[in-house]
Design a protein around this ligand. Structure first.
Ligand code: FAD
Length: 466
C-alpha cells in the first residue's frame, strides 16, 4: 500500500487546507516533548498537509478521499495531549477539528456538543444556558477540546468526586465516523463507548458528544500546607472521604515542589512545605472549615474568596494534574514525569515506600480520584531525568512494589496503558479502519499481534528524519 498523499490533498483542495510549512509543523506536534524519550524519537515528525473540516459531511469526505488514496489521517483537537497521541507518525493528513465547536443542545443533566469545542467554552455555554457545568475536565481546560479529552484524556479536575472519564455514566453518547470506502456514521452508548474512548482516534472519528452535567458552583480555590508529607496525604484522603463536603480537586505536592516550582506560591511557603491544592463548593465551606479546625497540622495559606496575596495565583487546578509538570519544566528543563496509580489495600504505605526510596530524585505529586466508590491516588510524580536506563529502572521498581505505571514515555496505546491488547478497540479498528490509516503506529496489536512488551515498541512506519 503506497500512499498517494498529493492526490488526496488535491482532491480536498476546495476545503480549508493549511499551506505554510510552519503551520503544518506546529499542527503536527503535541506535548510529547514532556518525555525526553519521546522527544528523542518523535521531534522530526511532521504531516504532509493539514485540513480543517467545518462539518461532519466534510469529515466524511476527508476520510473517504484519504481512504481512496491510502493516505494516513491523524485527528487533532488542540494538540495538548502527552504520549505523542496526536503526532502523525507516518505523515499524511492531520485533520484539525477546530471549526467543529458548536454546543448544540443543553438539557437538565446533559449537553450535546461537537468535538472541537474547548472545555472552557463548553463550560461557559452550559453555565450561561442552565447553571450547569461539565463534571470533570483536564487541567488544560483553557486550551483543550472535549473530543481530544475523550479520545486521549483519562480524567482530571472533578475525578475526586466523579471518577475516571471512562467510568460508567461519565460519557453518555458518541457519534463516530468510520474510515472505509463508504464511511459509516455510528452512534455508541453503554458498552460500545469503550470502542473509541481513549483510543487516540485510531479506529473512528468522534463527531458529536453527549456528556453529563452537574450543578455549577463558584468553587473556592485554596492552598493548605503541612510540614509532614504523610500528614498532607492523610489530610487529602480524609477530606475526600467526608461525604458531605463537595470537592472538585484535591492535589498533594511533596516539598519542595511548591517552593521550587510554583512562583506565585513561593513567597508564602518555605522549602519544607508540603502543599495541598483544593477546590471546594462555596456551600461546603462551613463543613470544610470544621474539618480544617480538627487538623492542627494543616495551615490554610490561600483562599480565592478572601485572598490577601499581592499576586494572585490563578486557578488552583492549573497547578494540578499535568500542569505541575509544566511548571516544574519551566524552572528545571531536566524534569519529566510518571503517571502512577496508587490504590488499596494500603495506598498510603505504598506512596511512603516509593517516596523513601526515590525522593528527591522522584518527588511525589498526587491527585485524589474516586475509583469504584473508594478514594485512590493518581500520581503524576516529578522525575529528575538522567538516562533512559535509569527511568526504566524507576518504573520497574514502582511496578515491583505494586504501583501501576501508565508509561508516558511510550507512544502506543498499550505501552501507555496496561501493557495489554484492548480487544474491544482492536476489533472495532478491524471493522472501522480496514486499511489501518487512522493515526498509524499507535496500536501495537494492529501491527504486531505477538508483541511481548519486553522493550520499547518502534513503529516500522515511522517517517525517518530528513
Ligand atoms: P489532542 O491532543 O488534539 O488529541 C488527543 C488524542 O485524541 C489524539 O490521539 C487525537 O488524535 C485524538 N482525537 C482528538 N479529537 C478526536 C476526535 N474528535 N475523534 C477521534 N480522535 C480524536 N489529560 C487528562 O486527562 N487530564 C488532565 O488533567 C490533563 N492535564 C494536562 C495538563 C497539561 C499541562 C498538558 C500538556 C496535558 C494535560 N493532559 C491531561 C493531556 C491533554 O491536555 C488532555 O487529555 C486534553 O483533554 C486533550 O485534548 P486536545 O484537544 O488537546 O486533544
Amino acid at each position: 500500500m503506497t500512499p498517494n498523499v498529493a492526490a488526496a490533498k488535491a482532491a480536498l483542495s476546495h476545503l480549508e487546507i493549511e499551506e505554510s510549512d510552519a503551520a503544518i509543523k506546529s499542527k503536527s506536534r503535541d506535548f510529547f516533548w514532556y518525555s525526553p524519550v519521546l522527544k528523542d524519537r518523535l521531534d522530526h515528525v511532521v504531516a504532509d498537509f493539514v485540513v480543517s473540516p467545518k462539518s461532519e459531511a466534510e469529515v466524511i469526505e476527508i476520510l473517504k478521499v484519504c481512504y481512496q488514496h491510502d493516505c494516513p489521517v491523524t485527528t487533532r483537537g488542540a494538540g495538548t495531549g502527552n504520549y505523542g497521541q496526536a503526532m502523525p507518525l507516518a505523515g499524511g493528513c492531520v485533520m484539525h477539528l477546530k471549526h467543529m465547536s458548536a454546543v448544540k443542545e443543553v438539557h437538565p443533566g446533559r449537553v450535546i456538543v461537537e468535538p472541537g469545542c474547548l472545555l472552557k467554552d463548553l463550560d461557559a455555554e452550559c453555565i450561561a444556558q442552565s447553571g450547569q457545568e461539565i463534571r470533570m475536565f483536564s487541567s488544560t481546560w483553557a486550551t483543550a477540546t472535549i473530543g481530544g479529552f475523550i479520545a486521549g484524556g483519562s480524567g482530571g479536575v472533578g475525578s475526586c468526586t466523579w471518577g475516571a472519564l471512562r467510568d460508567l455514566g461519565n460519557i453518555i453518547r458518541l457519534r463516530v465516523v468510520t474510515m472505509e470506502e463508504e464511511p459509516r456514521v455510528l452512534e455508541f452508548r453503554g458498552e460500545e463507548l469503550a470502542r473509541v474512548s481513549h483510543a487516540y482516534g485510531t479506529n473512528g472519528i468522534i463527531t458529536e458528544i453527549e456528556m453529563p452535567l452537574a450543578p455549577a458552583y463558584d468553587w473556592v480555590h485554596m492552598f493548605v500546607t503541612c510540614e509532614d508529607f504523610p500528614d498532607a496525604v492523610r489530610f487529602a484522603e480524609d477530606l475526600a472521604n467526608e461525604d458531605g463536603i463537595l470537592i472538585k480537586l484535591v492535589s498533594v505536592y511533596e516539598a519542595p515542589v511548591a517552593f521550587d516550582y510554583f512562583q506565585r506560591v513561593k513567597p508564602h511557603v518555605d522549602t519544607d512545605a508540603n502543599l495541598i491544592g483544593l477546590m471546594v463548593a462555596p456551600h461546603s465551606m462551613d463543613g470544610f472549615e470544621t474539618f480544617l479546625a480538627r487538623r492542627p497540622e494543616a495551615k490554610l495559606i490561600y483562599r480565592s474568596d478572601a485572598s490577601t496575596w499581592e499576586r494572585q495565583p490563578g486557578p488552583v487546578f492549573e497547578y494540578g494534574w499535568n500542569h505541575t509538570t509544566l511548571r516544574a519544566l519551566k524552572v528545571d528543563p531536566s524534569i519529566t514525569y510518571l503517571q502512577v496509580r496508587y490504590a488499596d489495600p494500603d495506598q498510603l504505605k505504598l506512596i511512603e515506600q516509593i517516596r523513601e526510596e526515590f525522593s528527591p530524585e522522584v518527588l511525589q505529586h498526587l491527585e485524589v480520584m474516586r475509583d469504584g466508590g473508594k478514594v485512590i491516588f493518581a500520581g503524576l510524580s516529578l522525575v529528575k531525568f538522567t538516562t533512559e536506563e535509569r527511568l526504566d529502572e524507576i518504573i520497574a521498581r514502582h511496578e515491583a512494589v505494586g504501583a501501576m505505571v501508565f508509561n508516558p514515555h511510550r507512544y502506543t496505546l498499550e505501552e501507555g496503558g496496561r501493557q495489554t491488547v484492548d480487544d474491544t478497540q482492536l476489533a472495532f479498528k478491524r471493522e472501522a479502519d480496514p486499511k489501518g490509516l487512522l493515526n498509524p503506529g499507535k496500536m501495537i496489536a494492529w501491527d504486531d499481534s505477538d508483541w511481548g512488551y519486553e522493550r520499547m515498541y518502534a513503529y516500522p512506519g515511522l517517517k525517518a528524519a530528513e
